[in-house]
Write a protein that binds this ligand. Sequence first.
Ligand code: DC
Length: 228
Amino acid sequence: MSKKELQVAIDGPASAGKSTVAKKIAHRFKYVYCDTGAMYRTVTLKAMQQHVALDDAAALAEMLKTTQIEFKPGNPEQLVFLDGQEVTMAIRQPDVTNNVSTVAAQGTVREDLTERQRQIAEAGGIVMDGRDIGTSVLPKAEVKIFLVASVEERAQRRFKDNAEKGIHTPMDVLRDEIQTRDHKDSTRAISPLTQAEDAIRLDTTSLSIDEVVDKISDIIVKKQKEFA
Ligand code: DC
């Protein structure tokens, strides 16, 4: 296997820093970045727009048959398109955030998106972040990272992120939302958020983004040498 073909799976709870770190890693190694949370968010947005019940697995499966989700390079953010329409900001709005766990718990939705994610990752040279990448989507990924951080730290990060996007949600609401989402994501029947046995756990609470990126980069370089 050549250097370019590694699959890097980064899992962890909401706001543990996965997407920021994954983007930087992808940039450093010239890998493709795939934000699987954005895919669940996009399906949630479409279901809400079309008044499809968010827990109706069959109706969601039907809707997905005619749903196109695309990522396109943007600056600084990767852009997300739903059926040709840009939804990058729309999928980050609080109503989508608070409903996405329900949609992500539906088996039909997980099956469909898992298949799409495997196709995106097939050629390797990919950094994919989510909840079940190392356990379910890419069980053979050469590098698996499980990022964690305290609830307080994650609420503060989300507060800052939100403020930059002009969304103003109080800290106590964010703490509650994070805890609720952690609970739903970790206790759902299908592909719950769990650390893969062979994943490396990194607590990012007291680390800077660059420190986390450096630690993961070292792990990738080591693996690349093994596969060189
Ligand atoms: O990472 P995020 O906050 O954008 O993810 C949005 C939601 O999607 C999150 O509540 C859990 C779900 N999700 C999932 O179930 N599986 C994934 N691989 C990625 C996200």
